[in-house]
Design a protein around this ligand. Structure first.
Ligand SMILES: Cc1cc2nc3c(=O)[nH]c(=O)nc-3n(C[C@H](O)[C@H](O)[C@H](O)COP(=O)(O)O)c2cc1C
Length: 244
């Protein structure tokens, strides 16, 4: 966001650390661990993630996640992992590496390069929630899982839509579900035409049924998603204005 919050706080280390300390103190009586996520710094000239990481650890933060871009970058350019590696080397608490991880190979490479304890996947999971098991399987075995069955994707997406409608209600739900549907069908045969069709539908039941019909038809043609379906391409997404 554009407020004085989230990664914007990296400009004021003392304030950021005092907020972290206050949260840790408030959570201590209930034994709730406090974790923290940040970027590499405010801007290219002020990459202060390492200094901040040490201070956050000192006030009791128990895990740190670092998105390998500065606040100024927004979502432009590539995430870099040198700063994440430096944070990992500077603290003892677990460090999670984040930014542009969209494949099992990238997950392996980022883990190896940074020495991080874990990775976080954001945009690449949009429309591709099975990416986590794909990465987990690859890290454990060095082999790729088969793409998901169309029947599984159908069940997942239709359940997702039901939850979405319940959470947001009919009016907002049908509109805000469109982008999720688009992420799932992106790169599927006929996906772009289907996305355009979905954008013309204004009620949940018709939208849900259209998705069911589309995936039924796809299931007649193939058992599994095409192997090339990589889901959302994180690099292609520019999401300026997000908090971190
Ligand atoms: C829709 C959306 C909402 C996000 N909201 C937050 C947020 O509230 N707090 C936060 O720290 N990061 C937020 N992020 C940033 C992600 O956690 C992540 O740091 C960023 O997308 C880079 O990782 P990725 O390349 O795997 O997407 C959001 C990202 C997206 C796409």
């Amino acid at each position: 966001c554009n407020k004085w919050a989230g990664s914007a706080l990296m400009q004021d280390e003392a304030l950021a650390v005092s907020i972290a300390a206050a949260v840790v103190e408030a959570c201590a009586p209930r034994n709730v661990p406090v974790t923290l996520k940040m970027r590499t710094g405010w801007c290219q000239q002020h990459k202060n993630a390492v200094q901040l990481a040490r201070q956050f650890e000192a006030v009791g933060i128990q895990m740190l996640t670092v998105h390998g871009r500065t606040r100024e970058q927004g979502y432009k350019g590539q995430a870099e992992y040198d700063t994440i590696a430096a944070v990992k080397a500077a603290v003892r608490v677990p460090v999670v590496a984040n930014g542009d991880i969209a494949s099992p190979e990238k997950a392996r490479d980022v883990l190896a390069y940074t020495g991080a304890d874990a990775i976080m996947v954001g945009r690449a999971a949009q429309g591709r929630p099975w990416i986590f098991r794909e990465i987990g399987h690859f890290l454990a075995t060095g082999e790729h899982l088969a793409p998901p069955l169309v029947a599984e994707v159908r069940r997942l997406l239709l359940d997702h839509l039901q939850d979405h409608y319940q959470l947001y209600g009919e009016g907002t739900g049908v509109r805000s579900a469109r982008k999720h549907i688009a992420w799932y069908v992106r790169q599927l045969p006929g996906g772009e035409d289907f996305r355009q069709h979905i954008n013309t539908i204004d009620d949940c039941q018709t939208q849900w049924q259209a998705v069911a019909d589309y995936l039924d038809a796809l299931g007649q043609r193939m058992d599994r998603l095409p192997a090339t379906t990589a889901g959302k391409d994180a690099d292609a997404q520019e999401q300026e204005g997000l908090a971190a």
